[in-house]
Design a protein around this ligand. Structure first.
Ligand code: FES
Length: 102
């Protein structure tokens, strides 16, 4: 889901799209948007699973403070997807526990 006409921010202007890969599946994202926004726009709400209890986590603060949104991005674990912008060809993976550098 995307907000196309926000009451304060106004209408979403047309933007170039880029392609990213999420757990092996390609999705389209808007150039310059955070990874987390692209995922939510495609209905993806679980970004990681906790180390101790394997509980799902997703966006919580959306300002880079809580680490609930961390994923493995281009092989680098613990990347905060709410403050990392998409790049064409980026590979994003659900993180399990503390993640592993690839
Ligand atoms: S949602 Fe809190 S750091 Fe990303």
């Amino acid at each position: 889901m995307r907000i196309l006409d926000h009451p304060i921010l106004g209408k979403l202007e047309p933007r170039k799209t880029v392609r990213i890969e999420v757990d092996g599946k390609p999705i389209e994202a808007l150039e310059g948007e955070p990874i987390a926004a692209a995922l939510v726009a495609h209905g993806i709400k679980t970004f990681r699973y906790t180390r101790r209890f394997n509980k799902p986590r997703g966006i919580f603060c959306a300002i880079g403070q809580c680490t609930d949104c961390v994923m493995v991005v281009n092989g680098i674990p613990n990347t905060r997807t709410c403050i990392t912008t998409v790049e064409d060809g980026m590979k994003v993976e659900t993180q399990h526990g503390l993640g592993r550098r690839q």
